[in-house]
Design a protein around this ligand. Structure first.
Ligand SMILES: *[C@@H]1O[C@H](CO)[C@@H](O)[C@H](O)[C@H]1NC(C)=O
Ligand SMILES: *[C@@H]1O[C@H](CO)[C@@H](O)[C@H](O)[C@H]1NC(C)=O
Ligand SMILES: *[C@@H]1O[C@H](CO)[C@@H](O)[C@H](O)[C@H]1NC(C)=O
Ligand SMILES: *[C@@H]1O[C@H](CO)[C@@H](O)[C@H](O)[C@H]1NC(C)=O
Ligand SMILES: *[C@@H]1O[C@H](CO)[C@@H](O)[C@H](O)[C@H]1NC(C)=O
Ligand SMILES: *[C@@H]1O[C@H](CO)[C@@H](O)[C@H](O)[C@H]1NC(C)=O
Ligand SMILES: *[C@@H]1O[C@H](CO)[C@@H](O)[C@H](O)[C@H]1NC(C)=O
Length: 448
């Protein structure tokens, strides 16, 4: 991918589309970033913040992430370069994890393997353009194997679980994390799901580690379109997310009933997963509360904001062939800004279509319009000052849900999409809301 927007052989339609649009800077620099930028490419900056944040819970070290940031300065917006830099870090860290001297205690084991797993995930992030690229699966097999070594070395080893979807043909991939060794203490429990791209393994670092310390059990899950299910079952996203969450709730209330406080069973959805959680909650009265981090109201409205504005009218005019040809040619020529290029590469793969117009068609099914008024439990909406995907949508979600919803605007340095870079503030705020809303104190103080 080229570093400069205008360096490619831009001709005809594309030239006229682009030359009027200097905003399409290849580096996508945030105009007024709340933190020191770690890259001139905003989606790299965002990924480095994700990377640094994982250090809070043993999923990264600071220096190595900043080291990749430094290397990629030579190649802003260059996805293969970024991928290679993280791949190299993943292999170096894996070699450290495999050193027999490392295995002497479980803390060494989980730090080294969780970090290895995470660096493979970071390498995967911008590597979805070519579906035949064998790294899409090989990096994932590496991250899964590494992460499993970390799971086994936790103080209470976590358990991978496959949950068959009741009336469907897919299997939900989940991980159960118990907060207590006791087999009879009923503890509050979080059910955690992501959105378009993050993996359930990321959720350990973003939410689970912080919740376990507070005495909450956790179960993370992935459904169709999400990283492991997309790969192993070859399934793209489905809008009716209750088909995924209801079987998870069934599992928790049957298999884990002896350790779950059913008055504090909470669904958390992250990013596009905010929509997914809201949708599922409308059909799942057994949930005590819902947390939507990023509160997408309408996926079509959110994803189209990532499109250069000249392209949307072509789609909306209904010339789908012209739209697909234009978008794919711009991508091929390296002329899409990195945020749009990433969204296109990853979005097509996750929705399992090669057609940009079909992608946008599909996103229209993901909206809370028809179901928001059926959400009857308390809802916490984490909104962000610098939201770039669902800007302005958090308030709409709150308005549609009504008095049960509380929207919290994270601003300043906690104001990135999903509070990336400020997971401590996010989890503090979220647990304070849970405490206030569901009462009974947090898990540990209440248990016994
Ligand atoms: C980003 O791109 C713009 C336009 O090409 C350029 O003026 C600006 O200096 C770049 N910013 C950085 C931080 O590289
Ligand atoms: C995609 O990857 C496959 C496997 O590495 C390769 O054979 C093919 O040429 C690649 N396609 C493109 C368009 O780069
Ligand atoms: C499950 O798969 C079978 C066989 O492929 C198909 O006939 C059926 O419609 C599928 N059911 C659902 C709910 O997708
Ligand atoms: C915990 O209790 C459940 C339900 O009573 C039982 O199925 C399970 O075997 C018990 N596990 C242990 C480790 O005792
Ligand atoms: C769609 O766009 C293509 C390319 O610009 C053009 O040739 C074709 O006539 C258009 N089709 C319609 C139905 O407008
Ligand atoms: C997108 O939706 C429109 C309108 O329903 C339809 O005509 C078109 O064929 C769809 N495009 C694709 C690629 O599915
Ligand atoms: C963030 O919001 C708080 C409360 O609304 C306000 O006092 C503070 O000035 C805001 N900070 C920034 C950086 O916008």
């Amino acid at each position: 991918m080229k570093a400069s927007l205008f360096s490619g052989p831009v001709v005809g339609l594309f030239a006229s589309l682009l030359l009027n649009r200097p905003v399409l800077a290849a580096n996508n620099t945030d105009p007024d970033p709340p933190t020191l930028p770690l890259s001139s490419t905003s989606n790299f900056n965002f990924n480095f913040l994700v990377g640094l944040s994982n250090a809070l819970s043993g999923g990264a070290d600071i220096g190595p992430i900043l080291g990749v940031a430094q290397k990629t300065q030579a190649a802003p917006g260059d996805f293969p370069f970024y991928t290679a830099a993280f791949h190299e870090l993943a292999l170096e860290t894996k070699a450290q994890a495999e050193d027999p001297d490392n295995a002497f205690d479980p803390i060494n084991v989980r730090d080294a393997w969780f970090s290895t797993a995470h660096y493979f995930r970071r390498a995967d992030e911008v590597n979805h353009r070519n579906w035949s690229n064998p790294q899409i699966n090989s990096f994932w097999e590496e991250q899964t194997a590494a992460f499993n070594k970390g799971l086994a070395a936790l103080p209470i080893p976590a358990q991978r679980i496959q949950i068959p979807a009741r009336e469907d043909n897919f299997t939900i991939e989940a991980i159960w994390y118990a907060a207590s060794e006791s087999n009879s203490t009923k503890l509050p429990t979080l059910i955690i799901g992501n959105g378009l791209d993050a993996a359930q393994e990321d959720s350990y670092h973003h939410f689970v580690a912080h919740a376990l310390l507070r005495g909450w059990n956790c179960i993370t899950y992935e459904g169709p379109g999400q990283p492991t299910v997309r790969r192993t079952q070859n399934l793209g996203f489905i809008p009716e997310w209750e088909r995924v969450v209801t079987p998870v709730v069934d599992y928790v209330l049957s298999e884990k009933a002896h350790v779950v406080d059913t008055d504090r069973l909470v669904l958390l959805g992250n990013s596009f997963g905010g929509y997914l959680a809201g949708r599922a909650a409308a059909f799942e009265p057994r949930l005590s509360a819902v947390i939507m981090i990023g509160g997408p109201w309408d996926a079509y409205a959110g994803f189209t904001t990532q499109l250069p504005s000249e392209l949307l009218p072509i789609y909306e005019a209904g010339n789908y062939t012209q739209f697909d040809d234009t978008v794919l040619s711009l991508r091929e020529a390296g002329e899409l800004p990195p945020d749009a290029a990433w969204g296109l590469d990853y979005g097509l793969w996750a929705m399992k279509t090669h057609s940009p117009s079909e992608f946008f068609n599909l996103t229209k099914q993901y909206r809370l319009d028809d179901v928001a008024d059926r959400i009857e439990m308390p809802v916490f909406i984490a909104d962000a000052e610098f939201e770039f995907v669902s800007k302005g949508q958090g308030q709409r979600v709150a308005d549609a849900i009504g008095p049960n919803a509380q929207r919290h605007l994270f601003n300043g340095t906690a104001g990135y999409h999903c509070q990336t870079g400020a997971y401590q503030e996010l989890t503090r705020t979220m647990h304070a809301w849970l405490h206030k809303t569901l009462g009974k104190g947090q898990g540990r103080s209440k248990s016994a």
